[in-house]
Write a protein that binds this ligand. Sequence first.
Ligand code: FES
Length: 142
Amino acid sequence: MSELDSLYREVILDHYKNPRGHGVISEPDAQAEGQNPLCGDEVSIAVEFEGDTIADVRFQGRGCAISQAATSMLMDMVKGRTAQEVATMSRDELLEEVGIPLTPVRLKCALLGLGVLKVALHKGKGTPLPEEWGALDELELK
Ligand code: FES
């Protein structure tokens, strides 16, 4: 493993152990949840808006280090951005943050939180869902 890979792995473990934006919002403007049916791992996300801006965003979940760490990273990335910006955010933007190469199975883990967030924004602000879900297709989002 390269030094860079082990650095990314340390960052992932840190997010897993000390998740950012973990918790609930008492009266959220929108929320959604999803699970990876292959393993049963779950993520739920609640959003509070100020106008179109994501003023607060929190998640709860259980599952593997990648699904929980990637969702934690996502919370940091999207706070303060508009619903529209995040609705069109590419999966690669998140995957770059995760930083390590992922197998197809692990890719679903990493994208679980992003899929759930996009559904929450769709419910709250009517933003479009991506037509091409790719690895998200098999996740159960609602
Ligand atoms: Fe279930 Fe990763 S093993 S989301």
